[in-house]
Design a protein around this ligand. Sequence first.
Ligand code: 3SK
Length: 517
Amino acid sequence: KWPVPERYNAACDFVDRHMEEGRAHEVAILYRDEVVTYGDLYERVNRAGRLFRELGIEMEQRILLVLPDCPEFVYAFFGAIKIGAVPVPLNPRLRPDDYAYFVYDARPKAVLVGRELVEVFENIVAASRFKPLRLVVKGEAPQGWLSFTDLLHQVDGTLEPADTHKDDVAFWLYSSGSTGAPKGTIHLQHDMPFCVLHYAKPILNIQPGDRTYSVAKLHFAYGLGNAMYFPLGVGASTILVPEHPTPQVILETIQRDRPTLFFSVPTAYNAVLRWEERFRYDVSSLRLCVSAGEALPEKLYHEWKAWTGIEILDGIGSTEALHIFISNRPGQVRPGSSGTVVPGYEAEIRDESGRPVPTGEVGVLWIKGDSVAAGYWNKQEKTQRTFVGSWLCTGDMYVRDEEGYYWYVGRSDDMIKAGGIWVSPIEVENVLIEHPAVVECAVVAHDDGDGLVKPKAFVVLRPDIPSSESLVEELKRFVKERLASYKCPRWFVFVDELPKTSTGKIQRFRLRQTQEG
Ligand code: 3SK
């Protein structure tokens, strides 16, 4: 059993503990030209918690955090947890309607937003029955608003933590599937230390001397671990970057701030590898790279390794499980696979009726482990379908080989049944992407007009390659030389880009919905 006591407050573990362990002068956060030490962090988290408490925010009440990656996110997140309140990070790049839904669903006691979202939230609150306190992160506060950073200076830097249980709610993360509204996923106080103990320490071997940099932002489950509670869990440093991760931003950050651990998603690895300027940058600080969000094509693994000399550990995690539960290991990477089960978790591949399938057969991946969320807020039916006993249905289709490696086949709703046989879009995409003309692609099911379903490919070509009938024939030949012919896309559509979620996952359901699709 792992060592979290019954009475446990994650803020005391991830922030206060470093004072007891003599880390006050060590660097916790690097943000532009700002350096935040563990001593600064401790004091500012205390101030944030005290401010929330003085504003009347109580245990279990939600605080929406709608911020770009910045130190204030960390102060507010742990300040809220320290008083037993519940931070709810949200993507700061959504549309007003999305925020109206989150205010309605979460009924927050307070919202803390960036300056550029003040007007959006003003309108939402005006039209809503719920009237949360409104805090703007920095600068002058407009009428009806409070300035978070100004008020932090006015409160005391000491704070008595709430006497929370290890199973108390700590934070929520919204999980969006391909259908339905986002679901508030309820995470408990003991979930973050579980991921540090079972994944970040043994698999990444994260140490106090490490510096993390994550392309995935803090409001995603993946980014929250990578760039916040993994480094803070061991006394390492995190580099926070609010900008959108273009290849230039990524490589300038790596060259300037010299991270040792780099966390990214396949789309961003691909974008960097396609950027011709990349050779001008120094990436020698890296010791290990991680990929999640969707399966990393084998080709990207080899290209990255050839360029940097560094392995990418591909893994699979989820918002519901909080972080990665199946992962490759340093020195034992199987390119194209998600790796093996992270100790501390159990995994089963099950058929449609819930029975485990034999090794080598495709089924739905179920997992079990103590970081799995308590359920979804106000969504009982979805909770009952997804969280069954202590098992979590991931909705991902996998096959496990004889050596215990897991191979991603697709989302259960993305699979194609062509001529009565299941076709994995991932398998076909992985072949297509090997073709030198192809930058990115997605394969979906398409009705051939006679009610029969066949694979259809959407392809982004290299900018210097024109689309043509002969290229279509060439791509078909290329696939058929490598896969059974029923897996070969019947149709090819050339597009400028593929629809993606903000974490970089291809939205195949959107391609299925298009006129073209
Ligand atoms: O999508 C993933 O693979 C993932 C990984 C880690 C944490 C959270 C997520 C959603």
